[in-house]
Design a protein around this ligand. Structure first.
Ligand code: FDA
Length: 393
């Protein structure tokens, strides 16, 4: 029978970080993954350029039912630590938005660094390997796998969440947690595009591919970033961000003039100076032309400016700066970047990711109920939680 000090299920971001950390400590480490490639989500991340960390990551960038849980691991392994790692390998990268570090060339470079480090640390990675059964032993675990039985002292669950099943995502991590009597907090697709009702889509789908800067809000949460119209609804960074805080049935509010304070005064002034011009002409100077035309059709903003009363202009301002949209739903796990909810962190040590009352069992990464905002925070959580467990397994 194959034996190893540590078995890690999942060769994603968290699993690989945990593996190399434990390997360098002299532990024998075996990583099992049912996929045909390690780190598939790393490869597809950041539009192929992997936003591998965020230099400004703080616990406030994470959602969890147990908000203090992430503090310790994030302190222990910081964005600077990951930057130090990639610098040692000569990775070329840039800061795309404040704090967000992306590869200059390809996500493949980040995966290559992790795999090289795993190789140097003596980690054994077995792909296309499924785990059928896990049985606790007196001092560890026995796994039934497609490559036979394996015994280990420490078992780390790094199976990720439910997003993008075509990339190998499964609920296996949750099944294991349940097997050991742990609670799973309700899961939901997050960082995900919205879909719209057919009547709304009829007007907006022709804008597919158009992007503009907006401030989107839902309840007390707001994000000012680009928004993208798609043939199914709305996407882009601002929408992905707000999707994490949105509940089905809720309305989101779009401000198409996020930097303009006195929009009503601007419109009044324009009416005075160009009474014969249409509102559409003015709007097309402020917004992408296709969007201006669509808004005018949608709200029936026809006729010259001089026909607009102050009351009507106020309505225009409201529709431009507080445009209420009720999404019909989200695109779901099919395209979501992350899964909200998951293994209840109250079962885990925030320092080591060990399960409190089950010796030598650990959960790391997205499988647990810690979800980052958009911008490199999710990988930082994978690195930090993987490192914390890797330092003790
Ligand atoms: P991850 O999902 O990476 O790994 C889990 C591994 O477990 C997989 O290899 C899977 O095959 C394996 N597995 C699952 N079930 C199994 C089973 N039953 N048996 C064996 N193996 C099993 N984040 C960020 O910070 N910056 C970014 O730029 C992006 N971009 C991005 C784009 C897209 C399209 C997606 C979908 C996601 C992102 N993310 C991101 C999020 C980020 O990819 C994610 O949070 C991390 O990959 C989570 O790392 P984990 O290791 O926890 O899971």
């Amino acid at each position: 029978m194959l034996t190893s000090d540590v078995v890690i299920i999942g060769a994603g971001a968290a699993g690989l970080m945990c593996a190399l950390t434990a390997g360098y400590r002299g532990r024998s480490v075996l990583v099992l993954d049912h996929a045909n490639k390690a780190g598939k989500k790393i490869l597809m991340s950041g539009g192929g350029r992997c936003n591998f960390t965020n230099m400004n990551a703080t616990p406030a960038n994470y959602l969890s039912d147990n908000p203090h849980f992430c503090i310790s691991a994030l302190k222990r392994y910081t964005p600077r630590d990951f930057v130090e790692l990639v610098d040692r390998h000569g990775l070329e990268y840039h800061e795309k938005a404040p704090g967000q570090l992306f590869c200059d060339h390809s996500s493949k470079d980040v995966l290559a660094i992790l795999l090289t480090e795993c190789e140097w640390a003596g980690v054994d990675i077995r792909l296309k390997t499924s785990v059928d059964k896990i049985a606790p032993l007196r001092d560890g675990f026995q796994l039934q796998t497609s490559m036979g039985a394996i015994q280990c002292e420490s078992l780390v669950i790094a199976c990720g969440g439910l997003s993008i099943p075509t990339m190998g995502a499964t609920g296996f991590g949750y099944d294991i947690a349940r097997q050991f009597g742990m609670d799973i907090l309700p899961t939901r697709a997050a960082l995900v595009p919205f879909t719209l009702q057919p009547q709304q889509l009829e007007h907006l789908a022709p804008l597919s591919g158009l992007s503009c800067e907006v401030e989107v809000s839902c309840g007390k949460y707001r994000f000012r970033e680009p928004m993208l119209f798609t043939h199914r609804g709305l996407s882009g960074p601002s929408i992905l961000q707000i999707s994490t805080y949105w509940q089905p049935g809720e309305v989101i509010q779009l401000n198409l003039f996020p930097t303009t304070k006195g929009l009503l005064d601007d419109l009044r002034q324009h009416r005075q100076q160009h009474p014969k011009q249409s509102l559409e002409t003015w709007l097309a100077q402020q917004l992408p032309k296709r969007l201006a035309t669509t808004l005018c059709t949608l709200h029936d903003w026809q006729g010259p400016m001089q026909t607009y009363s102050d009351t009507r202009l106020r309505e225009v301002v409201e529709l431009l700066q507080q445009w209420q949209i009720k999404p019909s739903g989200t695109e779901g796990y099919r395209t979501a970047e992350v899964t909200l909810g998951g293994v209840d962190t109250r079962h885990l040590s925030s320092k080591t990711m060990a399960v409190n009352d089950i010796p030598n069992l650990y959960f790391i990464g997205e499988v647990m109920d810690v979800t980052g905002q958009l911008g490199g925070y999710n990988f930082q959580w994978a690195w930090a939680s993987g490192f914390s467990a890797g330092s003790v397994v």
